[in-house]
Design a protein around this ligand. Structure first.
Ligand SMILES: [Zn+2]
Length: 55
């Protein structure tokens, strides 16, 4: 059985919070220093693409 990783999948490493609406997503830290929420196309439901780590 081959385990295939979808583009927007993967293991979340951080909890990221949308800087616009405050929604919380499990996310991966991207190489550019931003965060990519898992299970989305890289942006929040509100359309914002900027996230900060939530503690
Ligand atoms: Zn948002």
């Amino acid at each position: 059985m081959t385990k295939k990783r979808p583009e927007n999948g993967g293991e979340p490493t951080v909890i990221a919070k949308c800087t616009e609406c405050g929604d919380i997503y499990p996310a991966q830290e991207a190489t550019d220093g931003n965060y990519r929420p898992i299970g989305t196309n890289g942006s929040c439901n509100c359309g914002n693409r900027d996230f900060e780590p939530a503690t």
